[in-house]
Design a protein around this ligand. Structure first.
Ligand code: ADP
Ligand code: MG
Length: 256
């Protein structure tokens, strides 16, 4: 089986001449099918840029990215969830979740069935007819996740999806995401600058360094599933947290 995502010697620059910014330089990474990979690093090291290129929303300057062995072109079959504004405010919760299915021209019966199933999975059944502005931040992100998963993408790309949530809601959402991934194994690329979030979720943590964006280190998280937030007080988590903190401090110094 080919890798789910192959990133080969990817460089991305913005602008020209003296105003040119090298967001990423010669980044290579292979992500296996079913793997949960977290991109961790201070801001400005190219994490979002790389995610957008994997999603086909932005072109590489040099190098190549392929999904399931085929070059990324147009819009590959990926689901995306961003930090905020990921729901359409003029559509109800159910319409938001069904949006991708409508685009994919799923029939009404299949669409309604899938929307009902997704509403159930993210515990929003009672809010099918509500509008995003009537929901809390955590509920809005559950809508966004349900919408991304409704079309059954093999790959889920998440850019700081829980970054705007309060600490408690954030843990609830992390737990929900772990549950969803356990039910239905997806390849996930998840961007965060939160160490505990990275440790809880990841099979592998890719630590980025800035100016230009590069991969500084890849850390395997050999902590068995199912994981829960209580386990993050354990010794193996504590050791890993310490190591990641040192790495991030070093990166942040470089960014300053
Ligand atoms: P991160 O997500 O790790 O915070 P980004 O991928 O957003 O980093 O940005 C990486 C670098 O690329 C930054 O220096 C940023 O200013 C620059 N950059 C990102 N997007 C653009 C853009 N559309 N135009 C110009 N520069 C950009
Ligand atoms: Mg970003």
């Amino acid at each position: 089986m080919p890798n789910a995502i192959d990133i080969h010697q990817v460089t991305k620059t913005f602008g020209e001449g003296t105003a040119m910014v090298t967001a990423l330089e010669k980044v290579s990474l292979a992500i296996r099918d079913g793997e949960f990979v977290v991109f961790l690093g201070p801001s400005g090291c190219g994490k979002s840029t790389l995610l957008r290129m994997i999603a086909g929303l932005s072109a590489v300057t040099e190098g190549s990215i392929s999904i399931d062995g085929r070059p990324v072109e147009g819009r590959p079959s990926v689901g995306m969830v961003f930090q905020s504004y990921t729901s359409f405010p003029w559509l109800s919760v159910a319409e938001n979740i069904g949006f991708g299915l409508d685009l994919a021209k799923a029939g009404k019966a299949r669409r309604d069935e899938k929307v009902a199933a997704m509403l159930d999975r993210v515990s929003l059944g009672k809010f099918a007819g509500s509008y995003p502005s009537q929901l809390s931040g955590g509920m809005q992100q559950r809508v966004a996740i349900a919408r991304a998963l409704a079309v059954d993408p093999r790959i889920l790309l998440m850019d700081e999806p829980f970054g705007a949530l309060d600490a408690l809601t954030r843990v609830e959402m992390q737990t929900l995401l772990l549950d969803l991934c356990a039910e239905d194994r997806k390849t996930v690329v998840f961007v965060t600058h939160d160490i505990d979030e990275a440790m809880l979720l990841a099979d592998r943590i890719v630590v980025f360094s800035p100016h230009p964006g590069r991969i500084a280190e890849i850390v395997d998280v050999d902590i068995p599933h199912p994981r829960s937030i209580e386990q993050t007080e354990r010794e193996d988590f504590t050791r890993l947290r310490h190591r990641l903190r040192q790495l991030l401090f070093a990166m942040a110094k470089r960014a300053a």
